[in-house]
Each structure stands twice: as structure tokens, then as C-alpha cells.
Write a protein that binds this ligand. Structure first.
Ligand code: NDP
Length: 270
């Protein structure tokens, strides 16, 4: 749906914290490239203030919002409607205002699929190990299962991996040891890497295993760096960030995103 209202509007990024986010640079570059006077502003919202913050999005002058940790799941109950993918994933990362109504969407699945296409990684029929069982992992498992991959999920808290696997009809395995990494693709969908952690610390990566690390950081994550240095195929978290942002831009503006302008606003070439 095209946006409500005309003239310059604001898109908020609602999270806690939001200071480290790379989205404002990308989205503001996109507005500029399209000649739109909209602006994208991070807004740190404490969980106690989430309801009031959502209420304020209904005002004229607001085009929509992005939602990030820790609000992506709780916000579902505060919106007027939630799109099918976001309902299945159980998380909203994009809000579009239509009049005074707020529609919740999730662009993580599409962003992940587009990042794989962009990096020319084909997962059909391949063995894929997904690390993590949060909102991002759910979006990714849905995407992988729809692409015909043979998916297994592992999580630090194994019960969550089992529940996710049951919900989406994929396998659940124990947190991997080195031998379990001998698959076609490993996806890091945990938050380990955001502050320099390596979820597979101490484990060598088999030569043929492609690594998708969705953690989007200004500097390469330790996992992505050592995989790249060892010669493995690597899909960087910034690539998924770019494509999920492009999908959000399309939802707010009704226009195709200026992908290269957004890519150029990222801190590294991906
Ligand atoms: P959640 O908080 O919902 O889930 C976090 C997951 O990470 C849980 O499975 C948790 O395990 C696991 N985890 C946290 N710390 C560790 C650790 N030290 N070792 C192993 N596992 C750990 O987060 P999301 O699913 O929303 O996001 C996950 C990551 O994906 C974040 O870094 C986020 O920035 C990134 N992301 C990137 C996107 C992109 O476009 N590139 C889009 C969306 C998300 P447990 O259950 O045991 O707590």
C-alpha cells in the first residue's frame, strides 16, 4: 500500500539500544537518492514506554517505523493488523501507517532470501545448519524450508531449538561440535558477534562449508573474518541488512529502493 499523507514524513527506528544501528545512514541515503524529503530517526524506547511510543506512530507526519531488539515480538499485540509472514515468524520489524492504523510487517525473510541470491548461494537440496532460535532464526528457517534446503537448528538453549524445529517441520540438533559443521551452509542467526564474540570459537570450519553470518556490524564479525580468510564462501550480515532495509523502504514509499545508494551508505563493501 502507498503511504498515508503527503510531504516530508518521518520513519522511526524503535529499539533499545539503537545508537549502533547502521539503518539511519542507509535509509536517509535512500530518501535522498529518490528526492524524497522524508527522514529516518533512531528512537531509543525503554520497554516500559513501548505502548506510548507505538501510539505516537499514529500521528500525521509519521510514515512508519522499523522495530528492533527487544521490541520485535511484544509489538505484535500493539498493532492494528499484522501481515502473514510476520505472524508466522512471530516478530515485526517494519510498521506502515495507513491513516491512524498501524500494519506490522517482517522483511527479514525476504532480506535473507535476497542476500543469498545477491551472493549467489543456492540452498536448494543443501544441508543447512542454523544457529539460534530467536526471531531472526525463525524468519530464516521459513525461508530455507521454502527453498528446499535440508534444515537443522541448534541453539544455546536446546529447548528453544526443539520448539522452533517442531513449529516449522525441520530438524533440531545439539549445539554443534567441530564434526557437525561438515554441512553445506552454516547460518549464524544468534546475536553472538555483535560485540566481537565468535559463536563457534575454537572450531575449525570445513573448507566446503559456506558461512552466512547475519550479525550486522560495522567491522566484520570474528566468524565472518576467519571464514573469509580461510577461503570459505561468506555472506555478510550487512548484505541481509541491506536487502531487508530495501524491502522496508518499498513498504513505506511504494517505490523500489535505490539499492546501490543504500549499499554505498554501508560501512564496508558487500
Ligand atoms: P533474539 O534475541 O530473538 O535471539 C537471540 C539468539 O541468539 C537466541 O537464539 C540466543 O540463544 C542466541 N545467543 C545469544 N547470545 C549467544 C551466545 N553468546 N552464544 C550462542 N547463542 C547466543 O535475536 P534476533 O533473533 O532478533 O536477532 C539475532 C541476531 O540477528 C542479532 O544479532 C540481530 O542483530 C541479527 N539480525 C540481523 C538482521 C540482518 O538484516 N542482518 C536482521 C535481523 C536480525 P538463547 O535462546 O540460548 O538465549
Amino acid at each position: 500500500m502507498p503511504p498515508s499523507g503527503t510531504g516530508p514524513q518521518v520513519v522511526y527506528l524503535i529499539g533499545h539500544p539503537v545508537g549502533h544501528s547502521l539503518s539511519p545512514a542507509m535509509q536517509n541515503a535512500a530518501f535522498l537518492a529518490c528526492g524524497l524529503a522524508h527522514r529516518y530517526e533512531p528512537r531509543d524506547v525503554d520497554p516500559a514506554d513501548l505502548e506510548a511510543a507505538v501510539g505516537s506512530l499514529r500521528a500525521d507526519g509519521v510514515l512508519g517505523a522499523n522495530v528492533t531488539v527487544p521490541h520485535k515480538e511484544r509489538i505484535l499485540g500493539l498493532l492494528d493488523a499484522v501481515a502473514g509472514d510476520a505472524l508466522r515468524i512471530g516478530a515485526v520489524n517494519t510498521i506502515v501507517r495507513e491513516g491512524t492504523e498501524l500494519l506490522g510487517e517482517n522483511t527479514d525473510r525476504g532480506g535473507f532470501e535476497a542476500a543469498l541470491r545477491d551472493a549467489r548461494v543456492d540452498v536448494a537440496g543443501k544441508r543447512v545448519l542454523v544457529l539460534g532460535a530467536g526471531g531472526a532464526a525463525r524468519a530464516i528457517v521459513i525461508a530455507l524450508a521454502a527453498s528446499g534446503a535440508r534444515v537443522a537448528v541448534a541453539n544455546r538453549t536446546p529447548d528453544r531449538a526443539r520448539r522452533l524445529a517442531e513449529a516449522f517441520g525441520v530438524g533440531a540438533v545439539a549445539w554443534p561440535d567441530e564434526s557437525a559443521l561438515a554441512v553445506d551452509v552454516v547460518v549464524n542467526a544468534t546475536s553472538a558477534g555483535l560485540y566481537g564474540e565468535d559463536p563457534l570459537a575454537g572450531m575449525a570450519l570445513p573448507a566446503g562449508t559456506a558461512v552466512v553470518d547475519i550479525v550486522p556490524t560495522a567491522a566484520e564479525t570474528p566468524l565472518a573474518r576467519r571464514a573469509r580468510e580461510a577461503g570459505n564462501t561468506v555472506v555478510d550480515g550487512l548484505l541481509m541488512l541491506l536487502h531487508q532495509a530495501a524491502a522496508s523502504f518499498r513498504l513505506w514509499t511504494g517505490q523500489d529502493a535505490p539499492l546501490e545508494a543504500m549499499r554505498a551508505a554501508l560501512p564496508r563493501v558487500v
